[in-house]
Design a protein around this ligand. Structure first.
Ligand code: PSU
Ligand code: MN
Length: 306
């Protein structure tokens, strides 16, 4: 039924048919998360890293209303500079498909499309979360509710430190989302390896995480799993250093009245400027690191399947 909206790239379709490892990748990071040309270069490198670690990459986006599961090189290059690409979350996905629009998928929308295609593992940079000032804005990313309902495991570097991280973890717990630290005792804060917040549970191998995912499925527990993988030490920006930049960015967003979907892209590009490009370098490194772990996890998941 849903298949009529999807176009799976031949390589992805054949991997899924044969029960091989596939890793979904999002596209909002390309259109709204990084500047050109780093966005396209990173997306290509991430696909290569997924392959090198034993899985087939499937970058997901909506092009002229078609849900693409795996993009060609030309499509990726076009997406990197296109101007009329919507940022799609759960709420906007049916509109983009019905109205034949172009759209980049956020974590929430990528999870939905990955699940429709039969993909269980997805790598991104950082998931959306509860925003600072939520008391007045009610801004909570739809990514969190998607994690509560759609059975896809999302590998990320924690949540961006521009968010209210304690409330983000509280919300995930309330909604029953397992948050697993990979080789870490703290919930990572995207550009930084630490946040001061203890991780709810820790596992140190892709096999152990695959086992948890299978157990969760066997127990018929709905929803996804969040795997938090800290940015590599060499690329980290220490939390105390990042804090000043973040406070400045959040204050500027509120001064300019930035709201809704525009908040996260504004903060990311503001930080890119204010850190002199360091935030972007860390962002690129952590996405690659997540792609490698996601591919190993996808391989472990198909290998030890009962
Ligand atoms: N991670 C990044 N860069 C990004 C995002 C995540 O490294 O641009 C995007 C993801 O697509 C995520 C979205 O789903 O930001 C969250 O947006 P919002 O806060 O509006 O839900
Ligand atoms: Mn939001």
């Amino acid at each position: 039924m849903t298949g009529r909206f999807l176009d799976a790239a031949p390589e992805v379709a054949s991997a899924l048919e044969r029960g091989r490892a596939v890793v979904a990748l999002e596209s909002t990071i390309v259109t709204h998360g990084m500047p050109y040309p780093q966005n396209v270069a990173t997306a290509r490198e991430v696909e290569t890293i997924v392959r090198e670690n034993g899985a087939v990459p499937a970058t997901i986006a909506v092009i002229a209303g078609r849900i693409k599961i795996g993009l060609t090189d030309e499509e990726l290059e076009w997406l990197g500079t296109a101007k009329d690409v919507m940022k799609l979350s759960r709420a906007d996905l049916p509109y983009a498909v019905a109205a034949r629009r172009h759209g980049a998928t956020t974590v929430a929308a990528t999870m939905i499309c990955a699940h429709l295609a039969g993909i269980r593992i997805f790598a991104t940079g950082g998931v959306g979360g509860v925003h600072q000032g939520v008391e007045s804005t009610m801004d909570i990313s739809a990514d969190l509710d998607e994690l509560a309902r759609t059975p896809v495991a999302v590998v990320c570097a924690g949540a961006k430190a521009i968010l209210d991280l304690p409330r983000t973890l509280e919300y995930l717990e309330t909604r029953g989302v397992p948050v697993i630290g990979y080789e870490t005792d703290e919930f990572p804060a995207f550009w930084s390896r630490t946040s001061g917040l203890p991780i709810p549970m820790r596992l140190d191998t892709p096999e152990a995480i695959a086992d948890l995912i299978r157990t969760k499925e066997a127990l018929r527990l709905d929803g996804g799993t969040l795997v938090a993988n800290p940015v590599p030490e060499a690329d980290e920006i220490p939390p105390q250093e990042m804090k000043g930049f973040i406070d400045q960015a959040v204050a500027e967003a509120s001064r300019r009245g930035i709201a809704g979907k525009a908040v996260t892209p504004f903060l990311l590009s503001f930080l890119f400027e204010s850190t002199g490009g360091r935030s972007l370098a860390a962002n690129i490194a952590l996405v690659k690191n997540n792609a490698a772990l996601a591919a190993r996890l996808a391989a472990a998941l198909v290998q030890s399947a009962p």
